[in-house]
Design a protein around this ligand. Structure first.
Ligand code: SF4
Ligand code: SF4
Length: 170
């Protein structure tokens, strides 16, 4: 009797398994495929550039002041008149975000007068040490279009690449 009950239980279990063979899949082959995020999703940051390659950030520090988590550090410097980094008088020579403290509220993006700091739909972030999540300008700034070639995009720099000491983002 006990043997029959076990066979019956096994059959019911396999029936459940086979029943799912013909149902639509609810999983995706991540990371090759990703589910779309909501339109207003706030993910990892970038520092954007103008079309001519100049950095949009003018080092005004408003994002740093607006950040409720105190995870942004900006230090500005004067632009060189003959080789400016940004269109403003100053640029951010230092720009760092501690991503482990960030709550992705988007206040920095709202406070920025130039549209430099932006939160993207990117959300996957891998690191093994806390220090890897303290990202700087090399990690945040998008590639300079002036350095792009016909063979492909700019060879270095740009958000999402693995800067030394930085995390990997998709
Ligand atoms: S998203 Fe919010 S918490 Fe994160 S850096 Fe911007 S202002 Fe700070
Ligand atoms: S990202 Fe925007 S708000 Fe922050 S320092 Fe640069 S220009 Fe100012």
């Amino acid at each position: 009797m006990a043997a029959l009950e076990r066979v019956w239980a096994l059959g019911r279990g396999l029936g459940t398994t086979f029943g799912y063979l013909f149902k639509p899949r609810t999983t995706v082959d991540y990371p090759e495929k990703e589910r779309p995020v909501a339109e207003r999703f706030r993910g990892l940051h970038i520092l954007d550039r103008h079309d001519d390659g100049l950095e949009k950030c003018v080092g005004c520090e408003l994002c740093q002041a607006a950040c409720p988590a105190h995870c942004i550090t900006v230090e500005a410097a004067e632009n060189a008149p003959d080789a400016p980094t940004s269109p403003g008088e100053r640029y951010a020579w230092r720009y760092e975000i501690d991503l482990l403290r960030c709550i992705f509220c988007g206040f920095c993006e709202e406070a920025c007068p130039t549209g430099a700091i932006q939160l993207t739909p990117r959300h996957d972030l891998i690191g093994f040490r806390r220090s890897e999540f303290e990202v700087d300008k090399r990690w945040l700034t998008v590639p300079d279009p002036r350095r792009a070639t016909a063979a492909g995009p700019a060879a270095s720099g740009g958000a999402g690449e693995r800067a030394p000491g930085g995390p990997i983002a998709g």
